[in-house]
Unconditional design. Structure first.
Length: 495
């Protein structure tokens, strides 16, 4: 297998490493090899003055024993280092105080969780039998491999972005653009004998623009990120970034802070999906529910919103930043309906939570790198289009409220479901029409209550392609999206 050659290991050695991890009495062992290269270029004041390159290489080894998880990693894939990490993980899982000497050959970590069953491949529902042998679909690829591209060749592209933005708006004061890309080769093996590999490209461009009009300044940030090769750097992406960077700036300078209070809120399609991700998606992750920390704990099979609403977490959106051919436990990428026709039908599972609940894993075991233990994480989270017409139809149904199309920073309490989001861009709705641009307001609510109070869903789903990154102990690339949605009552923090 080509991936084995990349890491200098054989299948026989993988088996021996798993055996070593289980030698002290563990119930499960898996290996996660990673070779990732990162590149970036930064343009400021018309000049690409800095760039970066680094490599992340190593292997993480996990051993499960009853309620304990032992995790160790090595920053080398020579057999002695890997054996040392396997022994360390096994010793941690079995409660040993001092597994191995610390050092740069193997660095140790420990994670303790709560379970209600012992590990072991007892039956299919337990989640520990091999995955299906069916052919695995690929949701991303490289037409032009990043490794074959000349990094210096991207400099004119960044300069064209700045020139295009300045040509469209005379108020531009400063442009900062960052092009980054990474390529990850992953090899996974576990005690069930499953051997999987994945090649993961990711390209990203982020552009921040500062505008000045008289004594006032405003800023706008736009981005694009897709799992593809160097073909990502093209004229269509450039045009999209330039257009979105300058769109709506007249309204930004005119925007005022409205009177606050309880009112209907129409969320625009696309980037508003961040509220769905933060205020609701995290509460569907199975580790929070398994530990009783989520507002949705114990509510499986219950109606949580109106019929017709479907909420998904999807690894199969082609080229999406959140797409996964496999998750980081070797489970094939798949589409998971968390809410089906208004009823809670699935949590987001890694192998551990799937075994606890007696269901199949959903392919949501993800990690930041080989240095981290996998945990349930989202991929591309969105709500399907609904039957209630267009965005304009939703706006026309509101006598007085707020329309929001971009959120900024937010805070969410997973246990209670309470959230607060800062509105980056929006309008007052009066008499069914968009009127005054608004700014400096917060949207405040409760995730389950907001979900239950969705009154209309338009048919214009858009999955945003920005550089979304989710932080939950670790950082992973994700995507989010939503159609235009009318929520009947939220708190708007204004004057």
């Amino acid at each position: 297998m080509e991936a084995c050659n990349r890491f200098g290991v054989t299948v026989e050695q993988l088996r021996s490493l798993v055996a070593e991890g289980l030698r002290a009495g563990g119930d499960w062992c898996d290996l996660y090899f990673e070779d990732t290269s990162y590149h970036d270029l930064l343009l400021r004041d018309g000049v690409v003055g800095s760039g970066g390159y680094h490599v992340d290489y190593g292997c993480g080894i996990r051993v499960l024993k009853g309620e304990k998880t032992g995790y160790a990693y090595a920053e080398s894939t020579d057999l002695p280092s890997l054996l040392q990490a396997a022994r360390a993980a096994g010793a941690i899982a079995n409660g040993a105080e001092a597994a191995v000497a610390s050092g740069n050959r193997a660095t140790l970590g420990i994670v303790r969780g709560r379970t209600a069953k012992r590990w072991g491949p007892k039956d299919v529902s337990g989640g520990w039998l091999p995955c299906s042998d069916a052919a695995i679909a690929r949701y991303y690829d490289e037409q032009m491999p990043w490794e074959e591209a000349e990094t210096a060749g991207f400099i004119p592209f960044l300069q064209r972005i700045e020139a295009g933005i300045r040509a469209r708006d005379s108020r531009v004061l400063k442009v900062v653009a960052i092009l980054s890309y990474s390529v990850s080769d992953i090899l996974m093996y576990n005690s069930l004998g499953e051997l999987t590999s994945d090649h993961r490209p990711l390209g990203s461009i982020s552009v921040q623009v500062i505008f000045r009009q008289g004594e006032r300044t405003e800023n706008n940030t736009v981005s694009r990120s897709l799992r593809m090769g160097a073909e990502f750097v093209n004229d269509a992406v450039l045009e999209d970034l330039v257009s979105r960077a300058v769109d709506g700036m007249d309204a930004r300078f005119e925007a005022r802070r409205p009177k606050g209070g309880q009112m209907p809120v129409v969320m625009g399609a696309g980037a508003s999906g961040i509220l769905l991700h933060e205020a609701m998606g995290h509460a569907f992750e199975a580790d929070f529910n398994r530990k009783g920390q989520s507002i949705f704990s114990g509510r499986m099979g219950q109606r949580i919103c109106r019929p017709g609403i479907n909420i998904l977490d999807d690894a199969t959106v082609p080229a999406s930043r959140g797409a996964c051919n496999y998750d980081d436990e070797g489970v094939p990428g798949q589409k998971t309906y968390m809410v089906t026709d208004g009823v809670l039908t699935s949590y987001l599972h890694d192998r551990i939570s799937a075994h606890f609940y007696g269901v199949a894993p959903t392919g949501n075991g993800r990690r930041e790198s080989f240095r981290y233990n996998p945990i349930p994480r989202m991929r591309a989270t969105y709500m399907e289009s609904g039957p209630d017409g267009t965005r304009e139809d939703l706006i026309a149904s509101v006598k007085r409220g707020i329309y929001v199309d971009q959120f900024a920073n937010g805070q969410v309490k997973i246990g209670e479901g309470d959230f607060t989001f800062f509105v980056k861009s929006g309008f007052l709705i009066e008499g069914g029409r968009l009127t005054m641009p608004v700014k400096d307001i917060n949207i405040i609510g409760n995730g389950p209550q907001a979900l239950a109070d969705i009154q209309a869903v338009a048919g214009d789903l858009r999955i945003d392609e920005g550089t979304w990154t989710c932080g939950k102990e670790q950082s992973v690339a994700v995507s989010c999206g939503i159609p235009s949605v009318l929520i009947g009552n939220l708190t708007v923090g204004g004057e």
